[in-house]
Each structure stands twice: as C-alpha cells, then as structure tokens.
Design a protein around this ligand. Structure first.
Ligand code: DGL
Length: 259
C-alpha cells in the first residue's frame, strides 16, 4: 500500500487529489496530531518524529511513503535517505520553476521549512537564476486548525505576511505548507490574478503517477483493493470532524496509535 504521512490533518490536502487521480491503490494515512505542529520544532526533532512514523508505516506494509508534510520533507527526508519516500518540495519547486515567467518566486511555509532553505535549494537546482522570496507564516496553522481561517483576524494576518512578496513583484507563489490550500481563496484574493499559486496536492499526485510509471516493479507490488485506512496519534473523532468540515471528505474514523 501507499502511505501518506503528515504531522496532522494538513496532509489530507495532498491525499485528496491523490485519491482522485489514482483511486485504484490501497492507502494508509498517518497524522501525527499529538506532536503537531511540526513547523515550530527543530530539524532534529522533526527527523526523530518522522523516523518513528516511517518505521510504523513500514511495519504496516507501506511499500511507498509520501511525506505530505512540507516540514518533514524539508528536514527529515535528506536524513532518512530512503528512495521509497517521496517528499512534496521537489515536485512543487519543479512546477514553480516551469510556470514562472519573470523568474521571481515566493514561498510561504512554516518557520522550520523556511529556516531549512529547502525550497530555495530545490528551486536553484532547477534554475540558478531564479530569485526567491520567502516568508514564514507561523500564525496560519493555528488559525486553520481552530477553523478561524475565514475570520477577519486571519485575513489581516495573511495580508501582512503576503505584502512583502507582493512588493517583490513575484509572479509565482508556492504554498509550502499542507494547511495553506485550505485558505486558497484568500491567498488568491490578496495576491491577485497575475500571481500563479502552486499547491502541493495535485502536483504531488501527478508526480506520484509518473514515479509509478517509472517504477513498474514497485507499482505491481502495490495492493489494489481501494482500501483506505487512517491513523492518528491524537483524538480520532476530532480528526474525522476536521476532515469532514474543512476538506469535505467522508472518512472512516481513524484508529488511534502511539508513536
Ligand atoms: N504539515 C506541516 C507542513 O506542511 C504544517 C503543520 C505543522 O507545522 O505541523 O509544513
């Protein structure tokens, strides 16, 4: 089966388009809600948390793992070094480098992701001449998790975060955090029509499709019974509620586990 891992709920914004594009496979989703948010922790701590999650998912039979969490992709992926783990940073950086016209790209993400410079490095790998403007947005995840993301307070904070990027005349903005697509409408409204917004979900789904085509042996070994199993390290009812309210996804109540 394919496992999708996130610090909590946010990875569902990646799971959703994956299920739409590649529904035939068996999927496991693991949200480490008890330790979220990851984005305020050190790279070492995030790596430790992620390693435990990887061990658990492999123990459950995961043949391929997607780190839907940008913070884990930015910090733990290079430490864990496993070619059966796909992160979200490389696919988004590739897409942004393709769509930009003026070569000026903005990245918004958690503090830990921004401090890691993982997006800058990934974008520069695509094209050295790109100009990259980054902005950590630490207050957005708590607002979204509280369901307060449409309130004026959240919008005014978002405007403050985005103003320097608008002033930098970027034409492409990467939402480098799983939660931010939940505020996509507000991002679009503030940045205006001329700025192309890149979110991880659909891009990672397409990347996964290509990856499976390029790895037919692995593809053959994947279960294709359309099973979906959800695990959380915190309150399963809360998880189900958040998923239904914010992503409009009906899911089976997750199983609570300890990592
Ligand atoms: N999943 C995290 C990310 O994409 C956001 C939430 C957190 O900080 O745990 O960076």
């Amino acid at each position: 089966m394919i496992a999708i891992f996130d610090s909590g709920y946010g990875g569902l914004t990646v799971l959703k388009p994956i299920l739409e594009l590649l529904p035939q496979y068996d999927y496991l989703y693991l949200g480490d809600n008890a330790k979220a948010p990851y984005g305020i922790h050190s790279p070492e701590t995030v790596t430790e948390f992620s390693q435990k999650a990887v061990d658990y998912m492999k123990g459950r039979g995961a043949k391929l793992i997607i780190f839907a969490c940008n913070t884990a992709s930015a910090t733990a992926l290079s430490k864990i070094k496993d070619d059966k783990i796909i992160g979200v940073i490389e696919p988004s950086a590739l897409e942004a480098s393709k769509v930009t016209k003026n070569g000026r790209i903005g990245v918004v993400a958690t503090k830990t992701t921004i401090n890691s410079a993982a997006y800058e490095k990934a974008l520069k790998r695509q094209n050295k001449s790109l100009q990259i403007y980054t902005q950590a947005c630490p207050l957005l995840v708590p607002f979204i998790e509280e369901g307060w993301h449409t309130k004026p307070e959240a919008i005014s904070i978002l405007k403050k975060y985005l103003m320097p990027l608008k002033n930098a005349n970027i034409d492409t903005l990467i939402l480098g955090c799983t939660h931010y697509p939940i505020m996509l409408k507000s991002f679009k409204k503030i940045m205006g029509r001329k700025v192309k917004i890149v979110t991880s979900g659909e891009i990672t789904a397409k990347y996964l499709e290509e990856f499976l085509k390029a790895n037919p042996e692995l593809e053959k070994s994947l279960g294709k019974n359309k099973t979906r199993t959800y695990f959380t390290t915190d309150n399963p009812e809360e998880f189900k509620r958040f998923t239904e309210n914010n992503l409009g996804m009906k899911i089976k109540t997750p199983t609570k586990i300890n990592l």
